[in-house]
Design a protein around this ligand. Structure first.
Ligand code: COA
Length: 261
């Protein structure tokens, strides 16, 4: 398969997927959202793949949603805007409901929507200098489409602390908040990744799939038709064309404070 925004490498039983827009810190635009969803669907359908490892090329894992494309949504029709927001939600759902073991390696920065990806995954390995933040409220937005996955993973107390303040936090804090599994030095990333891969390859592939179903069931997050996915898509579709959202995103690109600060 040929992609513009991601790179894929297949090994025996393992697929490595790299986000590949390093010039914008792998911010998620419409094409990357589409390609990443497609590649997860495709890998999910392959019997020979048992583990998927996702990482980012360049200085950072992912700077969240591409704010240029989010801002441009104001020029689209309302229905296009909603359909597009549904695609963003669909990406997180596709990772969350994937039947393979999913590992994410993060480094540099893991901001906004990037936290939706890691919340939807199974294992997150963080390089110790990684900066985390849910910056949405500072941009006049809310962490809408990612919230079902993040709240399911870290709970309401941590979500309130991180999502309402929008503050930066370290990899060590991310571990305390249970957003990541393990914090390592850059030199130890590959070994740690390999250890998790080995654990997963010791398990029966069917048992991994069933165990993932079981864990979703046990935490009451097993309904792929849950209306929350649509509701959160509508929420972000409205916010990104709102006065506050447009102002917050303009301020980011103009490297200035937004009007409310
Ligand atoms: N959307 C679009 N462009 C983005 C982006 C995003 N989410 N994040 C970064 N970029 C662009 C910057 O505008 C910059 O472009 P330029 O070179 O044309 O000026 C380029 O990527 C590099 O960004 P820069 O801030 O210089 O890189 P950095 O390594 O110093 O910092 C981040 C990396 C991720 C910490 C920082 O870019 C950042 O905070 N980005 C915003 C993330 C965010 O709030 N996302 C939430 C979306 S809801």
């Amino acid at each position: 398969m040929d992609f513009n925004t991601i790179k894929i490498q297949l090994g025996e039983s393992i697929a490595w997927v790299n986000l590949d827009r390093p010039e914008v810190r792998n911010a998620l635009n419409d094409l990357m959202i589409k390609e990443l969803t497609e590649v997860f669907d495709w890998l999910n359908s392959r019997d020979d793949i048992r583990v998927i490892v996702l990482k980012g090329n360049g200085k950072a894992f992912c700077a969240g949603a591409d704010l240029a494309y989010m801002k441009a949504m104001a020029g689209f029709s309302y229905n296009q805007n909603i359909a597009d927001a549904e695609n963003l939600s669909k990406l997180f759902q596709t990772i969350y409901f994937c039947s393979k073991a999913v590992i994410v390696d993060v480094h540099g920065a893991c901001i906004g929507g990037a936290n939706g990806i890691i919340a939807a995954a199974d294992i997150v390995i963080a390089e110790k200098e990684t900066k985390f933040a849910f910056t949405e409220v500072r941009l006049g937005l809310t962490p809408a489409t990612i919230s079902p996955f993040v709240v399911a993973k870290i709970g309401n107390t941590a979500a309130k602390e991180l999502m309402l303040t929008g503050r930066r936090f370290t990899a060590d804090e991310a571990k305390v908040f249970r957003l990541v599994n393990v914090v390592v030095s850059e030199a130890d990333m590959i070994d740690t990744e390999r250890q998790y891969i080995d654990h997963f390859l010791h398990a029966s592939p069917d048992a991994i799939t069933e165990c993932k179903n079981l864990l979703r069931l046990a935490s009451s997050t097993d309904d792929p038709y849950n209306p929350v996915f649509h509701q959160t898509s509508v929420l972000i579709a409205n916010q990104r064309i709102s006065k506050a959202g447009q102002e917050g995103m303009a301020a980011f690109f103009e490297k200035r404070k937004p009007s409310w600060e």
